[in-house]
Design a protein around this ligand. Structure first.
Ligand code: FES
Length: 124
């Protein structure tokens, strides 16, 4: 059975909500955001420029319009596709965390990540 994360109504449409997921026996941070069509996407909470930099530091990731912004060097990520549209890691993608919505709640979906073209590389 999929793990329940949070009520759908708690997921912001103008920001992100931090949560944790188990990965290879470790807890990792991820962020949820709700799109204009009501769907929900989740990304690992790490910039693709320096992957030790968190996008959401517990108070919601900064947003610029519909894009998630990194506080460190201002890279922006399309919150629907996860693609970096501006900044030192332009063209890279955030790592997706599979989630699904059912009966007014968001659940973790058990499937491998499908994005993250730059993996754990660290860019200069
Ligand atoms: S660490 Fe995020 S843009 Fe540099």
């Amino acid at each position: 059975m999929a793990a329940r994360i949070v009520d759908l109504e708690a997921v912001p449409t103008d920001g992100t909500l931090l949560f944790t997921v188990g990965h290879d026996g470790e807890e990792r941070e991820a962020i949820l955001t709700r799109l204009t069509d009501g769907s929900v996407v989740a990304w690992r909470n790490y910039c693709q420029h320096w992957t030790d930099v968190r996008l959401d530091t517990c108070d919601g990731a900064p947003m610029r319009g519909s894009e998630i912004t990194c506080r460190r060097h201002a890279a922006t990520f399309d919150r629907e596709s996860g693609e970096c549209t501006f900044g030192p890691c332009e063209g890279a993608s955030l790592n997706e965390v599979g989630v699904t919505v059912h009966d007014g709640a968001v659940y973790r979906r058990n499937r491998p990540s499908t994005s993250g073209s730059y993996g754990n590389q660290r860019f200069p």
